[in-house]
Ligand binder design. Structure first.
Ligand SMILES: *[C@@H]1O[C@H](CO)[C@@H](O)[C@H](O)[C@H]1NC(C)=O
Ligand SMILES: *[C@@H]1O[C@H](CO)[C@@H](O)[C@H](O)[C@H]1NC(C)=O
Ligand SMILES: *[C@@H]1O[C@H](CO)[C@@H](O)[C@H](O)[C@H]1NC(C)=O
Ligand SMILES: *[C@@H]1O[C@H](CO)[C@@H](O)[C@H](O)[C@H]1NC(C)=O
Ligand SMILES: *[C@@H]1O[C@H](CO)[C@@H](O)[C@H](O)[C@H]1NC(C)=O
Ligand SMILES: *[C@@H]1O[C@H](CO)[C@@H](O)[C@H](O)[C@H]1NC(C)=O
Length: 176
């Protein structure tokens, strides 16, 4: 287990905070925060296009350091640089896109912590650490929707394999 934690801190250095609608229904998720031309967070939430808005990325966290949220061209949390976002977040919450109860982990572009063809062990070990060590209500299994949505297909899982090999190994967690 200790090894897994070290691997996580070393390689899984990016994960995202998520604003999620209170609805239980599925919905489209989008990353916000890495392209200054994408519009404001408020506009993204108000578009009505998304059920989930991932504010990404948390570039440093854990080990008693202050977390750093790096929103590329928008802002960096160092020196209170993202305080400007608080009214946008309030506006998203008014649209029922709200809460910070979820942590959405990137199980791709992180080779030791992801699925490789026919082998669920890396992903499962990483999942077990996140669900047992991180005090969030839910951990979301962040996966690329298509091979070219990640670096060279990194972490992409065919839907049939996701259902047969991966979900059975992780969905027994109460945080799934
Ligand atoms: C919402 O979706 C519409 C229709 O696809 C698109 O034109 C618009 O740019 C989207 N807005 C945002 C903020 O994503
Ligand atoms: C955690 O922080 C301590 C003190 O700064 C440092 O010595 C240690 O290497 C860090 N551990 C990891 C896993 O980064
Ligand atoms: C948000 O959810 C509450 C409770 O379900 C509902 O009363 C309200 O109308 C919703 N607001 C919007 C903007 O959808
Ligand atoms: C990604 O792959 C899909 C399916 O192979 C293809 O239709 C699409 O054009 C590709 N997109 C990019 C940006 O390469
Ligand atoms: C991309 O993935 C393929 C198939 O896994 C591999 O053969 C190839 O070497 C990879 N290319 C790069 C640039 O990593
Ligand atoms: C869920 O099942 C997997 C695979 O059988 C196992 O390794 C893991 O410990 C289980 N987790 C919980 C919370 O029961």
């Amino acid at each position: 287990m200790a090894n897994n934690v070290v691997i996580l801190i070393k390689f899984l250095s990016l994960f995202v905070l998520i604003l999620a609608a209170s609805s239980d229904a599925g919905g489209i998720a989008v990353y916000w925060g890495q392209d200054v031309d994408e519009g404001t967070l408020e506009e993204t939430c108000a578009s009505g296009n998304y059920t989930f808005v991932n504010i990404a990325f948390l570039s440093a966290f854990g080990n008693d350091t202050d977390p750093v949220l790096n929103l590329a061209g928008h802002c960096v949390t160092l020196n209170n640089g993202c305080a400007i976002l608080s009214s946008d977040i309030k506006s998203c919450q008014d649209n029922n896109i709200s809460l910070f109860d979820y942590i959405w982990v990137q199980f791709y572009n992180n080779p030791p912590c992801q699925y490789t063809t026919g082998n669920v062990v890396g992903l499962q070990n990483s999942w077990d650490v996140w669900t047992s060590k991180v005090p969030a209500t839910s951990i979301l299994l962040g996966l690329p929707a298509a091979p070219n949505a990640s670096n060279n297909g990194s972490g992409f899982i065919l839907p049939s394999k996701l259902i047969s090999d991966v979900l059975p190994a992780i969905k027994n967690s109460t945080k799934y």
